[in-house]
Design a protein around this ligand. Structure first.
Ligand SMILES: CC(C)(COP(=O)(O)OP(=O)(O)OC[C@H]1O[C@@H](n2cnc3c(N)ncnc32)[C@H](O)[C@@H]1OP(=O)(O)O)[C@@H](O)C(=O)NCCC(=O)NCCS
Length: 156
């Protein structure tokens, strides 16, 4: 398991003791996106993160002085016809409002890069809203803007 530590923050994969801390940020993330998922989905997600047979994970940023979880990133691996190797998709990223612009979001993404390298699937990608300029300030530094547009099935 990787640990990226800088200043007072440790980035690591979640363990079963992190559920409450992860869930607090997961709820804030839903508020940010003005959505509301049932609590059952929290349980389902968290059990998938801990299941060694499922290629879905979550990492958290932990303040080492207080033990408080102040950031989370959820990601998974999937097949692609474009390569022999799987790709890693970052599904969710959130940093507590009071802890932003201190490098934590960037470190969470770098943690995923590191995990993807270890899995032998170094291709990592993610999406954001066109209107999320704050996130894009970070993303254009840590990645590059792909020339793609997303479409969805109507009603979903
Ligand atoms: C997007 C988000 C995860 C970034 O987390 P963070 O911990 O602030 O990220 P970092 O500190 O690593 O990077 C922020 C970068 O953007 C820039 N930036 C962001 N907001 C800024 C602001 N208000 N003023 C100036 N620069 C800003 C900084 O330059 C910084 O880059 P640097 O570290 O090279 O200086 C966080 O803002 C967040 O949780 N937002 C709400 C949820 C969200 O949008 N999630 C992403 C969904 S795709």
């Amino acid at each position: 398991m990787s640990n990226i530590s800088e200043d007072n923050i440790i980035i690591r994969l979640v363990t079963e003791n992190d559920k409450e801390g992860w869930q607090r940020l997961w709820k804030s993330y839903q508020k940010f996106y003005e959505v509301s998922f049932p609590n059952d989905l929290d349980d389902f997600n968290f059990s998938r993160f801990l299941d060694p047979n499922i290629k879905m994970w979550a990492a958290v940023a932990v303040e080492s002085s207080s033990g408080k979880i102040i950031g989370m990133i959820n990601f998974f691996c999937h097949m692609t016809t474009w390569d022999f190797k799987d790709k890693v998709y970052i599904n969710d990223l959130y940093v507590d409002e009071g802890s932003r612009v201190k490098g934590t979001g960037g470190r969470l993404i770098e943690f995923v890069y590191d995990e993807a390298d270890k899995l032998g699937t170094p291709s990592v990608y993610w999406c954001t809203d066109e209107s999320n300029h704050r996130a894009q300030l970070l993303y254009t530094k840590i990645g590059y803007k792909a020339p793609k547009i997303m479409y969805k099935r109507k009603g979903y």
